[in-house]
Design a protein around this ligand. Structure first.
Ligand SMILES: Cc1ncc(COP(=O)(O)O)c(C=O)c1O
Length: 408
């Protein structure tokens, strides 16, 4: 396994060369990552050259449409699904709203949907509100100490009326990576579909959705170095069952089915920048490898880099009496998202002290209100969240640990 070439990686992110951000270590990546140069270039180019209704007769309009189609193809190839199964909408919250509405029109009163209290509200509230349509909502609850989900508890909730199980690949608070494949197999065992929120996972490497077995997989491109869009994969048999949610006369355009809001054309085209960035990282680190191995190679490369950075941070947090560290303490089991209940000052106060020491971090409930309540944490105060990705450096992590030590 090659080692991540950090100067090469960071040269793809203009934010690292931005004078106004000099000396600022970025630890709020779970909120949104820096955008890579490839994305910024494509956005810029689209706005200058193709900013008109796409798929028209003029070559500039036609090229715009071609770029958008390519975005579906390239992203689908990384995710190991078909291009028409990738739906690019305004955000994951908007995508899940449309999805739940589509289900509402296909489910019968008395059918059951299982949600968790570990998820971000985007894969939660949209399902719970179906109660008004006669759907029975059950909650798969976390362990109140660890915040983890136990598959055995899910099995207890499943019945022949279970139609949907909505859960997360990775909690945006705990960073814990759930065994998606194993859970999907359990869900499929009763003929239900698995709706997986991958928003907190995808920034650490795009998943192989086919291998995971998810029927729906959601993630946000602005947390994967791209534009502010949400990607929603809906696998083919399910997509046909749910049907077109957009204007009736657009039924022939599969890319429009689950995006009734209409997409931002330039941003859709700029999704090609995300895959171009990943392609360039792959070619640089794995010059001999086959394209079909891109996704898996990059996941391993990023994981190796992130575990090396995460371990010292977890070690520091696990033994500091001024914090309660949430989620696994083993770096292998989690994404690089570290949340702390701060015991001597509010998360917001600590966050402000960190800012004065050149650290960009986050404080709050991060829309995981139900999880914080289950863990006995006041959501109004929330947690301090420190999150990073593969482009973060060892020096920045050391800067963070020093600043934390002085701020807690
Ligand atoms: C785990 C998780 N799911 C869903 C969302 C919602 O994504 P979006 O902002 O694209 O609606 C977020 C956003 O922070 C998130 O962290």
């Amino acid at each position: 396994m090659p080692t991540l070439d950090l100067p090469f990686i960071r040269s793809h992110f203009p934010a690292f060369a931005e004078p106004s951000l000099e000396g600022q270590a970025f630890f709020d990546n779970a909120g949104g990552s820096y955008a890579c140069q490839e994305v910024i270039d494509r956005l810029n180019r689209f706005y200058r050259q193709n900013k008109m209704q796409p798929y028209g007769v003029h070559p500039a309009s036609r090229r715009g449409g071609e770029e958008m189609d390519r975005a579906h193809r390239e992203m689908a190839s990384y995710l190991n699904v078909a291009p028409e199964e990738v739906h690019l909408g305004p955000s994951s919250s908007q995508n899940s709203y449309v999805l739940a509405e589509a289900f509402a029109n296909r489910l019968d009163a008395g059918d059951e949907v299982i949600v968790t209290n570990q998820d971000h509200e985007a894969n939660n509230g949209v399902w719970r509100r179906l109660i008004k349509r006669g759907i029975v909502i059950k909650e798969w609850q976390v362990n109140a100490t660890t915040g983890s989900l136990d598959s055995a508890a899910l099995v207890e909730l499943l019945t022949s009326r279970t139609k949907v199980v909505a859960f997360t690949h990775c909690s945006n608070i705990l960073g814990e990576i759930n065994p998606v494949r194993e859970i999907c197999e359990i869900v499929h065992g009763v003929g239900a579909v698995a709706v997986v929120d991958g928003v907190s996972y995808a920034g650490h490497g795009l998943p192989d959705v086919a291998e995971l077995g998810a029927d729906v997989y959601l993630f946000s491109l602005y947390k994967t170095f791209g534009p502010h869009l949400g990607a929603m994969v809906i696998r083919r048999p399910l997509m046909d069952f749910l049907g077109n949610q957009a204007h009736y006369f657009n039924a022939a355009h599969l890319a429009k089915w689950f995006v009734p809001a209409g997409p931002d054309h330039a941003q859709v085209a700029a999704v090609n920048g995300v895959t171009a960035y990943f392609d360039s990282v792959h070619a640089h680190h794995f010059p001999e490898a086959d394209n079909s191995e891109r996704g898996a190679n990059l996941r391993k490369l990023f994981k190796q880099a992130e575990v090396g950075l995460l371990s010292p941070l977890l070690e520091f947090c696990a033994k500091d009496p001024r914090v309660r560290l949430l989620g696994p303490t083993n770096a292998q089991k989690k994404a690089a998202t570290v949340s702390l209940q701060t015991l001597n000052a509010t998360p917001r106060e600590v966050c402000e002290r960190l800012v004065s020491k050149g650290i960009i971090a986050g404080a709050g409930h991060f829309y995981a209100v139900r999880l914080l309540e289950a863990l006995g944490i006041n959501p109004d105060e929330g947690v301090l969240r420190l999150s990073f990705v593969h482009y973060t450096s060892q020096e920045e992590v050391q800067q963070l640990i020093r600043a934390l030590d002085e701020s807690l």
